[in-house]
Design a protein around this ligand. Structure first.
Ligand code: ADP
Length: 508
């Protein structure tokens, strides 16, 4: 059969501990998935910022094309207003080149022929643009070109229903980035992001934050649609996404572990308590059976001796006296036992009262011994008394102290085998007046020593300990009495050699 304590442990583990451990394991395994989702949301957000910047650059270029298409602005005004446009070339029947400022004739001729060459090299794309525009879609195309630091864009403009002309825009890439994209980048980034433009992935050509910040480490990059060699990079300022995700994960794991620990502790606490209650219940049952046994013996003796007396079959007065004595002794034993149980019950209910009077411990002990001498003699015990020369008077409840000392002497007698000797020693120790009750009996094993003062606790291993009758409440009463006196009871014992219980009463 499974022990009740074990059963409770299994049930607690099943209903409390296991589900919470499973839940934690599930949560922890899900954490990385959740964090991946959060990570992708953040990444998506940053990407959409980059997308909007790309879109904006496209819009700038479309705006220029619109103005030229609708002729709301002539080419020279467009050149003048937009710092980043170096030149505009119109390819119609011939090729016309417009530059921002007057440049020397030979440079102009140079530029002209370069653009012509670039135009010729991209003829396929340009034909495609013209076909698009005829079907109503104007596309702006970035063309590979031979001018360093410049970007060349082409789009077609509808001339009439049959023909189209081509516009070439020569843009200074760096100026476009700082003049046209710059303000937009600043307004989007504000204090929240680092946004930079990189050339060939590594060379930073523009940054919203000029001074170098320690936490800046832009890894998320996207190509700029208009300038294929350039990239836009973005990073959140302060905590990076990785930091935030890591911090969240760490906090979640710590919280889960703390919660589990608290739950485990709570389960352990409940388990210990229930186990203690079960043990106490077992002890109570044993207590009832022990007490019944203890009461039965004197009752049987009293019964037998009184019946014999009643029948008048005792021939001599001497024998009668002997019988009376037995009846008296057993009745005393019975009444001591009943008193002990009543006192214990009073203590349990918190109803035991103490009446303290100034008392001399030496005198009180002599008193007790005088009252119980017969009891010791009957059991064949020698009580050796060693009293300190002088002890100060202390406040004692005489009855309770007598009860404690008698309990200890009774135990000494009960748990002694060959050496029937008990020593009572009084002495002064620091702020305490003390009395030792020492026997040379079976002693108490180290493992049992801390428990013998617990109510109902009995050592049942060993021959004598097993045979000796008892209820397991004597030492718990002694402990309670000493606590009521603000004193303490201490035990030193060697298994097989004997025990010494010391009662320490505070002088003040
Ligand atoms: P009991 O009625 O069983 O004696 P107590 O509370 O007085 O109950 O003692 C608790 C247990 O402590 C005893 O069962 C016994 O095993 C042990 N014990 C107490 N006093 C002594 C002693 N003087 N020598 C050996 N064991 C003792």
């Amino acid at each position: 059969m499974i022990k009740p304590g074990l059963k409770i442990g299994i049930v607690l583990t099943l209903i409390l501990v296991l589900p919470s451990l499973f839940f934690s394991a599930y949560e922890i395994s899900n954490l990385s998935k959740n964090e991946a989702v959060i990570d992708s949301i953040y990444t998506g957000q940053l990407e959409s910022v980059l997308f909007s910047l790309n879109q904006y650059s496209d819009d700038v270029l479309s705006g220029w094309a619109n103005r030229l298409e609708r002729e709301t602005e002539d080419i020279n005004t467009l050149l003048l207003k937009n710092y980043s446009i170096d030149a505009v070339g119109i390819r119609d029947d011939d090729f016309k080149l417009f530059t921002k400022e007057k440049i020397p004739e030979d440079s102009l001729a140079n530029l002209n022929s370069t653009l012509e060459l670039d135009f010729a090299a991209n003829l396929n794309k340009i034909e495609l643009l013209q076909r698009y525009v005829k079907s109503g879609y104007r596309k702006i195309e970035a063309l590979p070109n031979s001018l360093a630091g410049k970007s060349l864009f082409a789009f077609a403009l509808q001339k009439d229903s049959l023909s189209a002309k081509t516009v070439l825009l020569l843009v200074d890439t760096d100026k476009f980035i700082s003049e046209n994209m710059g303000p937009k980048i600043q307004s989007v980034a504000q204090e929240r992001f680092y946004i930079s433009v990189f050339k060939n992935e590594t060379e930073e050509v523009y940054a919203n934050q000029l001074q170098f910040d320690e936490d800046k480490n832009i890894t998320q990059k996207k190509d700029i649609w208009l300038f294929p060699a350039y990239q836009l990079g973005i990073q959140m300022r302060g905590n990076t996404i990785e930091d935030l995700v890591r911090e969240r994960t760490r906090t979640n794991i710590v919280l889960l572990v703390v919660m589990d620990l608290i739950l485990l502790l709570a389960a352990w606490f409940v388990y210990k308590n229930i186990r203690k209650q079960i043990k106490l219940n077992q002890l109570k049952t044993e207590f009832i059976s022990n007490v019944s046994h203890e009461i039965r013996t004197p009752l049987a003796l009293i019964n037998m001796y009184s019946e014999t007396l009643e029948m008048g079959r005792i021939p001599t007065e001497e024998k009668k006296m002997e019988y009376y004595k037995v009846i008296n002794t057993e009745a005393n034993r019975l009444s001591r036992m009943v008193n002990k149980i009543l006192n214990f019950s009073r203590i349990e209910r918190g109803k035991r009262e103490y009446h303290f009077t100034n008392t001399n411990l030496n005198a009180e002990i002599e008193n007790i011994l005088a009252n119980y001498q017969d009891h010791f003699d009957q059991n064949g015990f020698e009580i050796e008394l060693q009293l300190a020369d002088q002890v100060p008077d202390i406040k004692l409840d005489k009855e309770a102290v007598a009860e404690a000392i008698i309990n200890l002497i009774d135990n000494g007698m009960k748990y002694s085998a060959d050496i029937k000797k008990i020593e009572l020693i009084t002495y002064l120790d620091a702020d305490f007046v003390c009395v030792d009750v020492k026997d040379y009996g079976i002693g108490i094993e180290k493992k049992d020593q801390p428990m013998v003062f617990d109510k109902f606790y009995r050592v049942t291993t060993g021959n004598l300990a097993h045979k000796a009758k008892g209820s397991g409440i004597g030492l718990s009463i002694v402990k309670h009495i000493m606590e009521a006196h603000h004193g303490k009871v201490e035990l030193t014992s060697e298994f097989g050699k004997g025990s010494c219980f010391s009662l320490l009463f505070p002088v003040k």
